[in-house]
Design a protein around this ligand. Structure first.
Ligand SMILES: O=P(O)(O)OC[C@H]1O[C@H](O)[C@H](O)[C@@H](O)[C@@H]1O
Length: 498
């Protein structure tokens, strides 16, 4: 991976997200060329651009400074940046740097997400960053067209140059969309979408919100774990140890789930991000050579911050199925509350739970202990805990941009280790294609039926259940035939004043 070899064999690509956070003086070679200067050319451009926007030198088309950013993207062009943004919002330095600025994300093609992303935003003070590696993803492109209309309807066509920028590897399509080539922030096909948060995908919107200097700390944290992964002996190499533990739990003990349980609200979007990193990478049916795997690969990830999860699904984890858990705790919290009269601070209280849960899973509670507590015999089976349930705990000294970069890199490399051991390609994602193709067919038929004012029939060649479902959907619409497009935004309906 680090040598720039094309280990993503099915797409003929190198896998070098580590280059996106390389230090200026590192050398990383792809096809005989050092790519680190290219990485820094884009990072320097991001610094320059974000400084201009944040200082108010860059203004919107009506002369107002830009205060809000809407980042439009989905999958890897959304989850990583959302994770980092959520992690930094309440960190004191980052929070102060963001002042009154707002960063929103628009991922889903659902118009409800449009309404929520745009709620309360003044177009004159808003910049839209379209993030798409391919610039062909259907959801992102419709959302990009939607926001272009939202801007130009009120501010005129000139708004695009001042209020829309893009992050993509596909410069030609971005230009065709109408975005000024100067306002394109590039990256490369050797950065996988789900591994792209350290490229312009994350660095541009997050630098606009927090400033480049803070985001550079995030890159340094990721780079620190990259170096550790590349150089530390296996018996003290964190991604290797974590990856081996996962393979042991999944393939040897037969526990295919993993719960990611940060005792830190700022890490509430870690699990959704790692779901993509892990499940899109290692959820494969064949090995690197295309042969059926003789075992189930991948793990099913889910998670919620502690202590919320304790009051929800921990019941199953303690007494039902065995689910290996990752507990993540922080020594010094981003925020502090300590009330008079309480015996511990609020963060200590949170961490007491962090320590308690791992113990409860490991040691459980036996019938003997329950009897000693005078629990009635008939309740003893219900109140017993088997113990011997695996978990691991990671504790970080604090959670600032640097540690956020460390956690990101730790999980990315752990997933790669698992994929290497399972012998599969962790860097392609052919499994997402079929649904996209079928959605295109449905889109075409939906257009035809609603234009021709007719229902789906057997000639449309859907299976009977899909045909029935689509027709039931069409019956429920106010009008079958399409009304004239109105360019009305859900946000407009929510906020008629603007
Ligand atoms: O960045 P984009 O090209 O728009 O891709 C966004 C997402 O789309 C696909 O469905 C892939 O499965 C993801 O890996 C990718 O992150």
């Amino acid at each position: 991976m680090f040598n720039g070899e094309k280990i993503n064999a099915t797409e003929g690509r190198a896998v070098l997200h580590v280059a996106t956070r390389a230090k200026r003086d590192q050398k990383i070679i792809v096809d005989g060329k050092d790519v680190v200067p290219d990485v820094w050319e884009v990072l320097d451009k991001i610094k320059d651009f974000s400084d201009k926007v944040r200082s108010g030198e860059w203004r919107g088309v009506t002369g107002k400074p830009i205060k809000n950013v809407v980042a439009v993207g989905i999958g890897g062009s959304f989850l990583g940046p959302l994770f980092v943004h959520t992690a930094l919002r309440t960190e004191l330095t980052a929070g102060a740097a963001a002042e009154t600025r707002r960063l929103r994300f628009l991922a889903n093609v659902d118009p409800i997400d449009v309404a929520r992303a745009l709620d309360q935003l003044d177009r004159e003070e808003t910049m839209v960053v379209i993030i798409s590696k391919t610039f062909t993803t259907a959801e992102t492109m419709l959302n990009a067209r939607t926001l272009r209309t939202w801007l130009t309807k009120k501010l005129g066509e000139g708004a695009v140059a001042k209020h829309m920028v893009a992050v993509s590897t596909n410069v030609e399509l971005v230009k065709a969309f109408g975005i000024d080539p100067q306002n394109i922030f590039g990256f490369w096909d050797w950065v996988g979408g789900r591994y792209s948060v350290c490229s312009a995908v994350g660095m541009l919107p997050l630098s606009l919100q927090y400033g480049f200097d803070i985001m550079e700390q995030f890159l340094l944290g990721a780079n620190d774990i990259d170096n550790h992964f590349a150089t530390a002996p296996f018996d003290s190499n964190l991604p290797v140890i974590l990856g081996l533990l996962s393979v042991w739990n999944v393939s040897f003990l037969g526990y295919p789930c993993r719960a990611i349980l940060p005792y830190c609200q700022a890490l509430s979007k870690l699990a959704p991000h790692i779901q993509q990193v892990s499940m899109e990478s290692n959820g494969k049916g064949v090995d690197i050579n295309g042969k059926n795997l003789p075992f189930d690969s991948g793990e099913m990830d889910f998670g919620e911050p502690g202590t919320n999860g304790q009051h929800s699904f921990y019941q199953l984890i303690h007494q039902g199925r065995v689910v290996p858990c990752d507990f993540i705790g922080i020594v010094r919290s981003q925020q502090s509350v300590y009330l008079k009269g309480e015996i511990v601070s609020n963060h200590d209280e949170l961490m007491c739970n962090f320590f308690a849960q791992a113990d409860a899973l490991a040691y459980g509670k036996s019938a003997v202990e329950l009897r000693a507590e005078s629990v009635p015999d008939h309740l003893i089976p219900h109140r017993s805990f088997t113990g011997n349930r695996p978990s691991l705990s990671i504790m970080l000294p604090e959670l600032s941009a640097y540690q956020v970069g460390q956690i990101l890199s730790l999980y990315e490399h752990r997933v790669a280790v698992q994929g290497f051991i399972w012998g599969l390609n962790s860097f392609d994602q052919w499994g997402v294609e079929l649904g996209k193709v079928l959605a295109s067919k449905v889109r075409q038929k939906m257009h035809e039926t609603r234009t021709d004012n007719r229902k789906i029939n057997s000639a449309d060649a859907f299976n009977l259940s899909t045909q029935t479902m689509i027709n039931r959907y069409l019956e429920g619409k106010d009008v079958m035939k399409y009304p004239e497009p109105r360019d009305v935004f859900p946000g407009d309906l929510l906020k008629p004043k603007e």
